[in-house]
Design a protein around this ligand. Structure first.
Ligand code: HEC
Ligand code: HEC
Ligand code: HEC
Ligand code: HEC
Length: 187
């Protein structure tokens, strides 16, 4: 039997949107160490007062929500550095486009496959917080969910606990191994 009591205690904290508790900036995609076959990259990032640069040159990013950025770019083959800067911080992601990726770089698989609007999965809460608003089951079969996850969708509705829904270099876009993913509530 699982420790249901502790699991339930942990629920509100885990179910809270990560973004609100995380003041620092984040490059949501592509992941550092990504290898992309073609130069088309749809950068997604967030930081209070942030700006995006490619190889040190500022990008003209869209801002679909306050402090949330999107910059579709077409990068030449070779290595590139994506930088997210904001007052008080900075993050970098090194990526490789085209053949001869350095060792350790892994293929980046974008998700969802076609460039979807950020607003298809995000909205502002009534308090004006950027949050995940659902939308996965417009494309994925809800009926298959419990077979794979051992839970009905409402228990695991914060898909971002375990998946990077913007694409990743990991199988099934997992942020953690299956074991670690389930241990977030079952210890
Ligand atoms: C297929 C659905 C989907 C689409 C499309 C999508 N997102 Fe997300 N996004 C998510 C999920 C799921 C999370 C995790 C939310 C959570 O855990 O609270 C998330 C989280 C985020 C975060 C917070 C990341 C963090 O770890 O704090 C940012 C920033 C973000 N998305 C930006 C974007 C931008 C910009 C776009 C458009 C380019 C976009 N998203 C499109 C599903 C999506
Ligand atoms: C616009 C349609 C669309 C939306 C919305 C969407 N997906 Fe997907 N997703 C796909 C397609 C297409 C694939 C690749 C083919 C496949 O494996 O089904 C995929 C693949 C995946 C995979 C990898 C499956 C594998 O076998 O490798 C995961 C995990 C996933 N999606 C999770 C999510 C989550 C979580 C959300 C919501 C935050 C979401 N998807 C929203 C279309 C979508
Ligand atoms: C507790 C972690 C966790 C959460 C939360 C979670 N998933 Fe998953 N998901 C997994 C794991 C682990 C796998 C891989 C299962 C495997 O390969 O056996 C997976 C696989 C998938 C797949 C691929 C299915 C397949 O046929 O292989 C899809 C699609 C998916 N998840 C969608 C979602 C959606 C949509 C949500 C939110 C409603 C979500 N997941 C929430 C852990 C999670
Ligand atoms: C967000 C928290 C959360 C995550 C993540 C989570 N679970 Fe659970 N799980 C629960 C809670 C709460 C219960 C007890 C209440 C219930 O049965 O729904 C439970 C119960 C279960 C049970 C049934 C236990 C019983 O005796 O009935 C199984 C099996 C299970 N989880 C498997 C998994 C697997 C496999 C994963 C990873 C894919 C996972 N859980 C991830 C919260 C979670």
């Amino acid at each position: 039997m699982f420790r249901a009591v502790c699991a339930l205690c942990a629920l509100p904290a885990l179910a809270a949107p990560m973004f609100s508790a995380e003041p620092a900036g984040k490059i949501v995609r592509p992941a550092a160490g990504s290898w992309l076959r073609a130069g088309k990259i749809d950068i997604a990032a967030a930081a209070p007062g942030g700006r995006l640069l490619l190889d040190g040159v500022a990008l003209d990013a869209e801002e679909p929500f306050p402090n949330v950025f999107r910059a579709p770019i077409d990068a030449a083959p070779g290595e590139h550095v994506i930088t997210l800067e904001w007052p008080g911080g900075k993050r970098e992601a090194r990526i490789h486009v085209g053949p001869s990726a350095p060792q350790g770089f892994r293929e980046f698989v974008a998700h969802p496959p076609a460039a979807a609007a950020c607003a298809s999965c995000h909205a502002l809460s009534r308090r004006g917080r950027f949050r995940f608003s659902g939308g996965c089951f417009g494309c994925h079969a809800k009926a298959e969910f419990a077979k794979v996850h051992s839970h009905e969708p409402h228990v695991l509705e914060s898909c971002g606990l375990c998946h990077n829904a913007h694409g990743s270099t990991a199988a099934k876009h997992l942020l953690l191994s299956r074991e670690q993913a389930c241990k977030q509530c079952h210890n």
